[in-house]
Design a protein around this ligand. Sequence first.
Ligand SMILES: CC(C)(COP(=O)(O)OP(=O)(O)OC[C@H]1O[C@@H](n2cnc3c(N)ncnc32)[C@H](O)[C@@H]1OP(=O)(O)O)[C@@H](O)C(=O)NCCC(=O)NCCS
Length: 487
Amino acid sequence: MSHFLQSLRDAAPYIHAHRGRTFVVVAPGSVLASASQAALLGDIALLHAMGVRVVLVFGARAQLEQRLEERGIASTLVGGVRVTDESALHELQAAAGALLMQLMGGLSQRLVGSPMAGAQMHVRTGNFVEARPMGLIDGTDFGFSGRVLDVDQNGIRQALAAGDMVLLPPLGFSLTGEVFNLSAHALGGAIAARLQAEKLVVLAPEASALRQRYETQGGHVTPEQAETLAGEEHDVELKAALLAAKEAVREGVRRAHVVDGALDGALLAELFSRDGSGVLVSASPYDVVRRARPSDIPGITLLLKQEASHGTVVPRTRRQLRSTLGRYIVVVRDGLVVATAALTEEPGSGLLAVSALAVHPAYRGRGLAAQVVAFASEEAQRQGLLRLGLRTTQTEHWFLSQGFRRATPDEAALFGQDALAPLRPSWLLVRDLPAAGVTAGVASVGRAGQGLRGRSAVGPDAVEPRAVDPESAAPRSETIDPDPSTL
Ligand SMILES: CC(C)(COP(=O)(O)OP(=O)(O)OC[C@H]1O[C@@H](n2cnc3c(N)ncnc32)[C@H](O)[C@@H]1OP(=O)(O)O)[C@@H](O)C(=O)NCCC(=O)NCCS
C-alpha cells in the first residue's frame, strides 16, 4: 500500500506536467505483434486519460512480411528499405488496414477492469499525411515506397484539441490519389517535428538492453551519441528508433524516448518516473546547471541540512540562503535540486571560492559535482579570475581528483576570513585556471571529459518544459549578509 501511494505521489508532478502536451508514439508492427499488445494499448489509453494529446503512429512491417510469406510473394529490401511494387503495396494495405481495425478495437475497450472502463475515447484517423514517391535512387526504383511530403498539422491539432486520439498507419497519400508505403519511424518523427510535439516516444523491442548499457548516465544520450549508437546497432528496429529519435531532437522536439514496447509498463515508467526505463535522447547536458532561483531555496536547504549532519558542509538557514541566493548554483532534475554549490568572489584575490558543494545522495557517482566544478571554472574564467578555491574537511581526495591542489601559504592568505575556521580546521585547496581566451575550450574539454552520467545531466529533463536560463537568476552583485560559512 505504502509503495503504491509513494509511486502515485512520485508520478503526480509528471501527470501535471504532461497534461495538454502532445506526444507522438511510434509502435512498430513487431511490438504490436507481441503478446503485450493489450497492455500497451491500455497504457496508451491511460496516457490519453491523463490529458496527454496522443498521436499513435503504427508500423506494419512484421505483419506485411508474414502476409508476403504466406502468399509466396517475393519482395526486396535495398539498404533496409522495401521496394514496394503493386503486390507488396496491396498486401501492406491489407496488413495496415487489419491492424488499424485491431488497434481501434483495442483502444475502444471499456471493460470493467481496463484502464478506460467508465470512460469514452474517440480515435480518429485520416488522410493527414501527404507523401511522394522515393523515386529512383542509385538505379533502384522504390516503387510505392514514399517519403513524407507534408503533414496536415491543423487537422491533427484540431482532432487532438477536440479530445480525440489520432491513430495513423504507415501510409501517405499523394496529390494524384496514390497510396505510399512510409516508414513508421520517419512518419512519427516528421509528425513530431511538424507539430513541435513535446515528445517523440519510439517503442522498440530491444530498448531495455540498450538502457542497461547507459544506466550510469540515467539512460540519457545526446543526439550525437544516438547517431553513433545507431551506426553500431545490428537490430534494425532499434537502429531505426535511435535515428528517428536523433532526427526529431535535431528538428526541435525537446525529448525523444526509445522505450521497450515489449516490456510490460515500460512506457509508463519512462514517462512518469524520474529515472525512466528507456533511453532518452535530448540535447545539451549542461543547460541544467544554472543559477539558483527563489523556488530552489527549500531544495537547497534540505540538501545542505542532510550534509551538515555528516559535518561535510555547514547548514544554512532559509534566511541566509535568501540573502545570498545570487551566489548559489543548482543542478535540477525534474524539479528536484540534486546538487548545489555557492560561488563567492574573494575581493581582490583573483579567486572564486566554491562552498556548500553537495550532491543528493541518490545522485552521486554520476559526475554531477564535476559538472558543478566545471560550471564554477567557466564562471571564474568569464570573470577573469585565476583560480577556484575552497575549504574542505573530508572531501580533499575528491577535489584532488578534479585537478585541485593544496594552497601554498601565499595563496592561503588570499582566502577570506572563515568565521568557522577556529571551530573547523580545514584544508585549503585551489585549482588553477588557464587565462580567459586560452581557456574557453579548457572548461569545455573538462566537461566533456567528465562524460554524461545521469539523466539530470541532461538538460531540464524535466517535469517539464523548463526554459533554462542561466542568466535569469539573482544578480551576482547582490550582497546582503555575507555568507558566514565557507565550507
Ligand atoms: C563529494 C561529492 C560532492 C561528489 O559528488 P558526485 O557527483 O558523486 O561526484 P562524481 O560523480 O564526480 O564523483 C564520484 C566519485 O568520487 C568519489 N568520492 C566521493 N566522495 C569522496 C571523498 N570524500 N573523497 C574521495 N573520493 C570521493 C566516489 O567514490 C566516486 O568514485 P568513483 O567514480 O570511482 O565511483 C558528493 O559525494 C557529496 O555531496 N558529498 C558530501 C558533501 C561534501 O563532501 N561536499 C564537499 C564539501 S567541501
